[in-house]
Design a protein around this ligand. Structure first.
Ligand code: DI6
Ligand code: FE
Length: 405
């Protein structure tokens, strides 16, 4: 029988990330694509007799991993916060700056003032930086508009990026990110407005894939977060949460209770929170860029999460205030050096477990027959090299849906 493939990569090493542990390595391998999906993969000397492909590529011995997934970003925003960076280096805290109307609200002002075109133009170089490192799927949050018009503008720009660039974009509504100035002192009224109008309207426009909130002393309470989650549930949207970043609010357990896809940050996560996440399979998204940039000292409880069997993901948290990071490879390195993940855990964290955090693991995140042919060719000796070097980009080629980008 003749197998007709659209394309075949030979002479490659595969880190499939499939299976329960390790990189799922296949040495001297090959991978074939048909209709944008992986049609076959295995050792090259096991290629089926009589196989045939329209195009055959010689991978030159390169390593292939799944396309990388950045599952937590605030990459669409206007302006920057380098003055606040300087203030923090002079001793002011992130919370102090927020209390003085800076922080998230300063980016809200800039994002409201920017036209849709400007917002797109400012965000594009950041997205391109991630794509150059092999990112093929990107989560993008709103949350710098805090009014219907600007949240919609952010989410439309996110959708546009997904249409125009070779990347799959998943949008997350983060209206409960900070209290907008027009609602100062009226947080419950703001949450009521999100639940009554903003979220339903944006969902109706097809702009929302998931719903997030900032559950924190400087953000929203667990009770307010729960109201947002109830609305999401009613609209059939999955939830995730910025939880336990600066203090323990019981947010991770709340997210787990609502079958949250993920709880993110988690530096102050309690043992009860870990148990709740483990029970519901909620992914722990670790954000070492924010930990580093805020010069935090309290580490997320990685050992306990690992022992409880909570899936660990890693993301950039790309945002102008706490993690102006547009390198997924550096996030990987930081996850290892700062949080003591193994390089293999870090790679799983930006592939399979990141896919889980977006509920896309049946389609992407590992190299398996039937999954989308999103993969990256790397000029490295072994997969751990991706987490090892700082500032080198060994990405040689990116394939998305079977097409070389
Ligand atoms: N936690 C974060 O790390 C980002 N948002 C959040 O809730 C920071 C956003 C910012 O400071 O602009
Ligand atoms: Fe974040």
């Amino acid at each position: 029988m003749k197998l007709i493939w659209d394309s075949l990569w030979r002479n490659v090493q595969l880190a499939t990330m499939a299976g329960s542990s390790g990189y799922g390595e296949i040495r001297d391998g090959a991978i074939a694509v048909r209709d944008g999906k992986i049609a076959w993969l295995g050792a090259e000397d096991e290629l089926p007799a009589g196989h045939d492909a329209a195009v055959t590529h010689d991978g030159g011995g390169a390593w292939i991993t799944p396309g990388l997934i950045d599952c937590h970003t605030h990459i669409i925003h206007a302006g920057d916060r380098s003055e606040e960076f300087a203030l923090r280096l002079n001793g002011m805290s992130y919370q102090d700056i927020a209390a003085r109307g800076g922080g998230i609200l300063s980016t809200v002002r800039a994002t409201r003032a920017a036209s849709e075109q400007e917002l797109h133009r400012e965000s594009l170089p950041r997205v391109r930086a991630l794509l150059a490192e092999g990112v093929t799927t990107l989560e993008i949050k709103s949350g710098y508009g805090l009014d219907l018009e600007t949240e919609a503008k952010m989410l439309r720009v996110a959708r546009r990026i997904g249409r125009e660039l070779p990347v799959t974009v998943r949008t997350t509504f983060l209206g409960a990110h900070a209290l907008p100035p027009e609602y100062a002192g009226r947080a419950d009224a703001y949450i009521a407005e999100i639940c009554r109008r903003t979220l339903p309207v944006l969902a109706e426009q097809g702009l929302v894939d998931a719903v997030d909130a900032f559950c924190e002393t400087i953000g929203f309470s667990p009770a307010q977060t729960e109201r947002v989650f109830e609305t999401a549930q009613r609209l059939g949207l999955p939830v995730k949460l910025h939880a336990e970043q600066l203090s323990d609010q019981g947010g991770a357990a709340l997210a787990a209770r609502y079958h949250g896809l993920s709880a993110d940050h988690l530096e102050h996560l309690s043992p009860a929170g870990i148990t709740a996440m483990a029970q519901r399979g909620t992914v722990a998204v670790l954000l070492p860029g924010a930990f580093y940039f805020l010069r935090e000292t309290k580490l997320p409880p990685v050992t306990a999460l690992r022992e409880a069997g909570v899936p660990l993901a890693v993301a950039t948290d790309c945002n102008p205030g706490t993690s102006p990071l547009t390198s997924i490879l550096l996030a990987m390195n930081m996850a290892c050096t700062l949080f003591r993940l193994t390089p293999q855990e870090a790679l799983t964290g930006i592939t399979l477990n990141a896919a889980r955090a977006l509920d896309l693991h049946s389609e992407i995140g590992s190299l398996e027959v039937g999954k989308r042919a999103d993969f990256v060719l790397w000029e490295i000796e072994r997969p751990a090299d991706l987490a090892y070097r700082l500032g080198l980009n060994p990405c040689r080629a990116v394939v998305r849906g079977g097409v070389v980008v």
